[in-house]
Design a protein around this ligand. Structure first.
Ligand code: FDA
Length: 402
């Protein structure tokens, strides 16, 4: 770091100079700063929170699902589905796993390629801070970023009462999901200030709310079952959970990222059942009721049977009625009336438009020296470690270019 004095109309203030200022010490900002610092760049990493990596600390129930070994471009949502390819190819899950192993952090695969720390998410933050220290990164927290300006090829940042300047600025302040943790739309304001477009941000990986005809299902709060959930062309086979507000669980969080207001979400309650199974059940157990024939939690089976209005024994139902019931159970249609919003969303979909950024370096095409990484960008991963992998990969891409 160097410093110089800058003439002002009313005072003379010290301006501290760096090669790059990274705004936001979350997953992407920490990675970006460490990589650039280790390449010999003088890097300043700033965050308004009192500590770095807060979302890492609470992620994965405190164990941080830090990557997914099945990461591929199709596991991300963006207005440009090709944008993430370059960064993801150049910094893969294997690269982050190698880093984790170099730091002696024990981990395990929980399910579906999701890697978690055996111990604590604190280990991941400590690892990233250690990598920053190796790169001589100056990390400062707990002050507001009051102003960012750009003149003569230099970005000037007022952080608390101090002024910093650098020819490179990285926006790594994430999205507005979980505002009570200090998340904000700051990245979008800054992007717009520099003429970049923002794809309408919306809550993603978020529970859906039910009203109208579906409101009865809220009485099943706490009931979970494996399903295949669909929204648009996206389909996920995982658990769904009924809540006192509507629907949650991994299958629903996954489809929520694809769901748009007014569209239905369909659920296959019996994804493993062979076609014609209900007629088979009628032949095998004619005295059984529909509810008892459904291999589902009792309360859910009863609610579905009531809604299908097929009381009494299966043997008393026509084959046609049973075929219709089976078809409805395969494609049960819910019409969510909304989501639980940014307050409960694990991530934000949308964000700084990829059309304005280089997919190689994450630098803004029209503002040399300005970069955007991580969740702030219009790239959103599936549930299960994909979002951190994007944060590492995009942070790494920018860190190598700075
Ligand atoms: P991130 O939000 O991590 O960091 C942004 C930083 O910028 C923060 O430190 C913030 O304080 C700072 N900042 C914001 N506004 C600022 C301002 N105005 N001035 C200065 N600093 C500012 N993903 C995953 O892959 N596996 C998982 O297990 C989980 N689990 C999980 C649990 C919960 C509860 C949530 C909310 C989210 C997850 N995620 C996840 C998602 C994951 O946390 C998220 O995608 C990454 O943290 C995004 O990394 P970024 O660095 O882009 O933003």
């Amino acid at each position: 770091m160097g410093w110089r004095s800058q003439s002002c109309t009313d005072a003379c203030v010290a301006v501290f100079d760096y090669d790059a200022i990274v705004l936001g010490a979350g997953a992407a900002g920490l990675m970006c700063a460490a990589v650039a610092g280790q390449r010999g760049r003088r890097v300043l990493l700033l965050d308004h929170a009192d500590e770095v990596g807060k979302k890492i600390l609470i992620s994965g129930g405190g164990r941080c699902n830090f990557t997914n070994i099945y990461t591929r471009p199709e596991t991300y949502i963006s207005a440009n589905p090709h944008f993430a390819k370059s960064a993801l190819a150049r910094y893969a899950p294997a690269d982050f796993i190698a880093l984790v192993e170099r730091h002696g952090i024990a981990y395990h695969e929980k399910t579906l390629g999701q890697l978690f720390c055996d111990g604590s998410a604190k280990q991941v933050v400590a690892m990233l801070l250690d990598e920053c220290a190796r790169g001589g990164v100056d990390v400062r927290c707990g002050q507001p970023v009051r102003q960012v300006t750009h003149a003569d090829g230099r970005f000037a940042v007022r952080f608390g009462d101090l002024d910093f300047a650098a020819p490179n600025l990285v926006i790594a302040t994430g999205g507005p999901s979980i505002p009570k943790m200090g998340a904000s739309g700051f990245a979008y304001d800054l992007a717009r200030q520099f003429g970049l477009k923002v794809v309408e941000p919306r809550p993603a990986l978020v529970p859906l709310t039910l009203g109208g005809d579906d409101v009865l299902f809220r009485e099943l709060s706490g009931v979970a079952t494996p399903v295949e959930a669909r929204a648009g062309k996206a389909a996920f086979r995982e658990a769904a959970l009924f809540t006192h507000k509507g629907l949650s669980g991994p299958a629903i969080l996954q489809v929520s990222s694809y769901w748009r207001h007014g569209e239905p979400v369909t659920i296959d309650f019996l994804p493993d059942a062979a076609p014609g199974w209900l007629l088979g059940a009628k032949r095998a157990r004619p005295r059984a009721t529909l509810a008892s024939a459904l291999a589902l939690p009792d309360r859910l089976a009863q609610t579905l049977a009531d809604r299908l209005a097929l009381p009494g024994e299966l043997g008393a139902q026509t084959d046609r009625k049973l075929a219709d019931a089976e078809a409805r159970l395969k494609r049960w249609t819910f019409r969510p009336n909304g989501t639980e919003g940014f307050a409960k969303a694990e991530v934000t979909a949308g964000g700084i438009s990829t059309a304005n950024l280089s997919s190689q370096t994450m630098m803004a095409k029209c503002v040399p020296g300005l970069y955007a990484v991580g969740e702030a960008v219009d790239v959103t991963g599936w549930l299960g470690g994909y979002n951190f992998q994007w944060a590492w990969a995009s942070g790494h891409a920018a860190g190598q270019a700075l």
